[in-house]
Ligand binder design. Sequence first.
Ligand code: F0G
Length: 481
Amino acid sequence: MNIRLSTGSLIPIEMHKVRIVQATALPPVAQRLAAIEAAGYNTFLLRTRDVFLDMLTDSGTNAMSDNQLAAMMVSDDAYAGGESFYKLEAAVQEVLGYKYAVPVHQGRAAEHLLAKIFCKPGDTVVMNYHFTTTKAHFEIAGAKVVEAHSPQALQTESSEQFKGNIDLDWLQRVIDTEGAAKVPFVRMEATTNLIGGQPFAMANLKAARAICAKHGIPLVIDCSLISENAYFIKSREAAYADVSIAAIIREMMDQADLIYLSGRKSTCVRGGLIATSNDAYYEQLKAWLPVYEGFLTYGGMSSKEVEAMAVGLREMCDYEVASSSADLIQFFVQRMIDRGVPAVTPAGGLAGHVDAMRFLPHIPQTEYPAGALAAAIYIASGVRPMERGTVSMDRDAAGNDVPSDLELCRFAVPRRVYSMAHMEYVVDRLAWLHAHQELVGGLKFYHEPPVLRFFTGKMEALGGWGAKLAAAFEADFGPAC
Ligand code: F0G
């Protein structure tokens, strides 16, 4: 949460004590250059021994609480009927208000099962924005994805507080054009990841719900980042200023027919979940769960993580937990702006984002500016961000690159892991790189997988810019930094 200093300024203050730490080290710049060359300029392919601050993702990298770790010690390992599951089911009923809890091994497994039971060729899934794995699963099942995003969603400099809103007129138009029977569900993603972790408003969710209800279309919420979206509703939507995070989450859940989540984010574990009160959906999920994931009471998760998810679901309703990374991200984004780094505004959840097209205006999208920026900042800092731009888009059926709406370089802020000093360091190296932007060039694939190429694809730095950047950095900071 934020606390006001006597000077009047706000700082994000940790509402926890650090009792267990993991050492990290800053590899020298020559080692970083060698590592990114070996990784094909793809930060996914770096080893963590070569990384100082791992800001690739907030997925599965959050600090767990003492109560979560304690719960893991009493987990009940059983193939079927394990008590850990019943604790999770009770937490789902209490926190989310749904009857059925379906554990899965992670978020994309939930997407796979949803695609299996809802999507068929000719269908159109309408959503506020896609996520990479979501789009892949629904398209593999033959459905089309339409992103009825808000008008401001793709503006990286904005004061719109709810860029994750779905455009209601657009949603209505798609239903009218396709016909309600061809829309298996509408998907709202909380704290919309790929547009910079931007929330939707409760009012927007309720309006989308009303449209869905009118046409008999189910509404599904991707709740991977639900806690942060609830926090943004509380802090940005006037009517909710005095409503608790727990009550906001329940009100959001009342709008949906089914929700799913990656448990690796808001609930700070490694797993996933589908929840619903709909008997028919549950019966279908029940049929496929043991085929793809595991028996109903563990669904591919370790029983330890099932226990910890039950605790994490309750803890994400605490104001201090819901705000823990969002407030640090806000500080991070403000500091970037103070130093002239083109950060995405307003600050969102999960990460601070840099607009690579403004940071590196000389690199065309065909040469992947966000990928180049991710690799360049790694060379200049040892910080590992993630490309969220055209590299993260797969080619179309004709084999052409599909330019991404946005070219973002994402610096994820895992919950309760990094400090203000860490953020200041990242901002400083970004400011240095921005002042030396001409040293960064484009990228070209030399190994390109056909699906979700960003995970394992390899690229080369056009004109060998990596070595020149490392040399300039070393000239300014010395070989050890
Ligand atoms: N939905 C959203 C909104 C996500 O952010 C993710 C994962 C998934 C679904 C898939 O869940 O990874 O558990 O299978 N996001 C991670 C990220 C990978 O780095 O943003 P998963």
